[in-house]
Design a protein around this ligand. Structure first.
Ligand SMILES: [Zn+2]
Ligand SMILES: [Zn+2]
Length: 349
């Protein structure tokens, strides 16, 4: 089968032909119909400091997918063959105290698909049966089904504090920030305002329902952005959802939120960030929620509800659909800021 693999511990990846994976006893084999590219894949492709410390080549990339079960391991019910599924990308150990207390999303032994074991930018992938998320093909097509994993991250981060009737600022309009805008509107936020340095993303932010958008591109000290946020919210931002991970944006989040407000941190900064704890946190009595991944599988249920009901339509965010042979082109488009979500169809050349 064809697979996009990192062959060496260095930047880049290669499209290669490898055997279809052997199915371990607790696994299933999935024929991948759609797989989407995530910011994490870009980091691994570029071989930044995080990925070079974590990822070990050779490995097939990709962790967001949908497809059909075509084989089952010896411990798994063979009637699963033919099921349409997506997957939770975090494979938890099942035996640590977090897993045993029904909070597996905090498992310290988590193994991630496409990071710690072979991923889904391939015609087939073998995954443990326990990460399958059964999906109704008549309600979600393979491309939307493949987005559920990434969308779930945004669902958890956006709804960590109930946004109904609240004014919310979303900082950073990459795919996860754009998902967040749609989720917040669907969940009844009264006003959603958003910032990003890319005009293409800001136009998508408006399309997903943002009431007002701002480009802080030339604002190194966050003064103008703060002024805009105060003006657009009438000095009353109840919740900031920080999706960019940019240090300047994280600082802005704490300065922009109202007294007693919430800051939900989801974007991952590339380095430590200096925060004015006295003035921006303690004297403001704010609550900080730091979030990663999805609650397994609670978040997936909320995700299903939002997508199947039609409350959120992700189609405007799918900018390209490409065969696996053109995956490297997809990475270039993303690097140049000319794409939003790109779907790869490994079995469609
Ligand atoms: Zn991802
Ligand atoms: Zn565990």
């Amino acid at each position: 089968m064809k697979a996009l693999r990192k062959i060496q511990n260095a930047p880049g990846a290669e499209l290669v032909t490898i055997p279809i994976p052997r199915v371990a006893s607790d696994d299933v084999l999935i024929k991948v119909e759609a797989a989407s590219i995530c910011g994490t894949d870009l980091h691994i492709m570029e071989w930044d400091s995080w990925s070079s410390n974590r990822v070990k080549a050779p490995i097939t990339l990709g962790h967001e997918m949908a497809g059909t079960v075509v084989a089952t391991g010896t411990n798994i019910d063979p009637t699963l063959i033919g099921e349409f599924v997506s997957c939770e990308s975090h494979i938890t150990c099942g035996s640590c105290s977090q897993c045993e207390s029904q909070t597996p999303h905090m498992c310290p032994n988590t193994e991630i698909i496409g990071v710690d074991r072979d991923g889904c930018f391939a015609e087939y992938i073998s995954v443990p049966e326990k990460v399958l998320w059964h999906t109704n093909r008549s309600k979600l097509n393979p491309k939307i089904a493949a987005l559920q994993e990434a969308f779930g991250g945004a669902v958890r981060a956006s709804l960590a504090h109930n946004p109904r009737g609240k004014t919310v600022a979303v900082l950073g309009c990459g795919p996860i920030g754009l998902f967040s805008i749609a989720i917040l509107k669907a969940a009844g936020a009264s006003k959603v305002i958003a910032t990003d340095t890319n005009e293409y993303r800001l136009s998508l932010a408006s399309e997903m329902g943002a009431d007002s958008v701002f480009n802080p591109a030339s604002d190194a000290n966050c003064g103008n952005t703060l002024e805009w946020l105060h003006k657009a919210s009438k000095h009353n931002i109840d919740i900031v959802v920080e999706m960019s991970g940019a240090p300047v944006s994280i600082k802005t989040a704490f300065k922009a939120v109202r007294q007693g407000g919430y800051v939900n941190l989801f974007g991952i900064p590339p380095r430590p960030v200096e925060i004015d704890i006295a003035d921006d946190l303690i004297f403001k009595n704010i609550t900080i929620l730091a979030l990663n991944g999805r609650e397994i599988f609670d978040t997936w249920h909320k995700t299903r509800e939002l997508l199947e009901s039609g409350l959120v339509d992700l189609n405007p965010l799918i900018s390209h659909t490409l065969p696996l042979d053109r995956a490297m082109e997809a990475f270039d488009l993303l690097k140049n800021g000319k794409a939003c979500k790109i779907l790869i169809e490994p079995n469609n050349s």
